[in-house]
Design a binder for this molecule. Structure first.
Ligand code: MTE
Length: 336
């Protein structure tokens, strides 16, 4: 088991989505509806859940503990965002555009079977199934800050492996310059892919990209878990990218394809609003979003967005030491 298991992890076990779900069940029991609940059809039960908030037609997605080694290099001094916030305040437009939609709508998401392909300019294209994702490479924990372009942030203990290690398994060919990523396209499971309104106008599948030197930087990480367990769907199960020096939209979820290329790939938010979202999207307090300042951010804690503490945003989200050299000589106002 991981050496990184600390007091905060035990405490966090009390606030899993399971606890939220059980809370609702207890309310139903307290109202004397428990016995009734056992005998009524699912649709009526879902209606009962509606009484207490959004409908919850599915039992919570089940996550599993992951074995990983501790990593002392990053984030040990950070105060972690409570697990309950990490898993209920999300951006995942395939499941709806509000912050609670992903938790509410993704619990029935199926990750098995899963196929992740690593292809393009590689010597050994890889086809990985769900099991491979947690077994192919040694897992480690990385505590990273996540800074959303919407000016809120969290600190999340991810479990996964460096993207660089995965690319090394595939063997990147000479001449490669970029890496493209693609999220699952499955409108039957992802209501936001069915309706343009619910999906925020994005042209699906959601796609992202990095320059090869960014993708092979030590910080670029493929997460298969958080808080010591496999990822819940709302956070991008079963595997997602995490690039902590860039705005959160670069950290693409539920990845099915990684393609090594010799040109810059298109990226979803850049396609939707190119004057607002660039390809690079490096966290930069000096370059504002056209509609709001990026100088500060709300660090989400126990209370959520409105009680969150406002703090200064750091260049490259505080990871300049590891990544600033990648952009030497580039005009970061032009390449936002
Ligand atoms: N990936 C996909 N496929 N679809 C999305 O809508 N949202 C992005 C990113 N990855 C998104 C996505 C945005 S805007 C952010 S801030 C992060 O996921 C949020 O990650 P989290 O919900 O795990 O905190």
């Amino acid at each position: 088991m991981g050496t990184g298991r600390k007091a905060w992890q035990e405490k966090s076990a009390l606030v899993t989505p399971e606890a939220v779900f059980n809370d609702r069940r207890n309310i139903i029991k307290a109202l004397g509806l428990g016995a009734l609940g056992a005998s009524i059809p699912g649709q009526v039960q879902a209606g009962l859940f509606d009484l207490f908030g959004k409908s919850e037609p599915h039992a919570p997605f089940v996550t599993h503990p992951l074995a990983f080694s501790g990593n002392k290099a990053y984030g040990q001094q950070e105060i972690l965002t409570p697990e309950k916030k990490v898993t209920t305040h999300n951006n995942y437009y395939e499941f709806g555009t509000s912050k609670t939609d992903p938790f509410d709508n993704a619990q029935g998401f199926k990750v098995d079977p899963w196929t992740l392909r690593v292809e393009g300019l590689v010597d050994n294209p890889l086809t990985l199934d769900l099991d491979d994702l947690t077994k192919l490479l040694p897992l480690e924990e990385r505590i990273y800050r996540l800074r959303c372009v919407e000016a809120w942030s969290m600190v999340i203990p991810w479990v996964g492996f460096p993207l660089k290690a995965l690319l090394a398994k595939a063997g990147v060919k000479a001449g490669a310059t970029h890496v493209a990523f693609e999220t699952l396209f499955d409108p039957d499971q992802m209501p936001g892919q069915k309706s343009r309104l619910m999906g925020g106008g994005i042209h699906y599948p959601y796609v992202e990209g990095l320059r090869l030197d960014e993708a092979t930087n030590e910080l670029a990480f493929m997460a298969v878990g958080l808080y010591g367990k496999t990822l819940p769907p709302q956070n991008g199960a079963p595997i997602r990218l995490v690039v902590p020096w860039k705005y959160g939209f670069k950290s693409i979820k539920s990845v099915v394809r990684i393609r090594v290329m010799d040109k810059q790939p298109p990226t979803s938010w850049n396609q939707l609003a190119p004057h607002e979202y660039g390809f690079y999207a490096n966290v930069n307090p000096e370059v504002d979003h056209p509609r709001w300042s990026q100088a500060t951010e709300r660090r989400i804690g126990e209370g959520g967005i409105f009680s969150a503490q406002r703090i200064a945003t750091l260049p490259f989200n505080g990871y300049g030491e590891q990544v600033a050299h990648l952009y030497k000589g580039m005009n970061l106002r032009q390449y936002y």
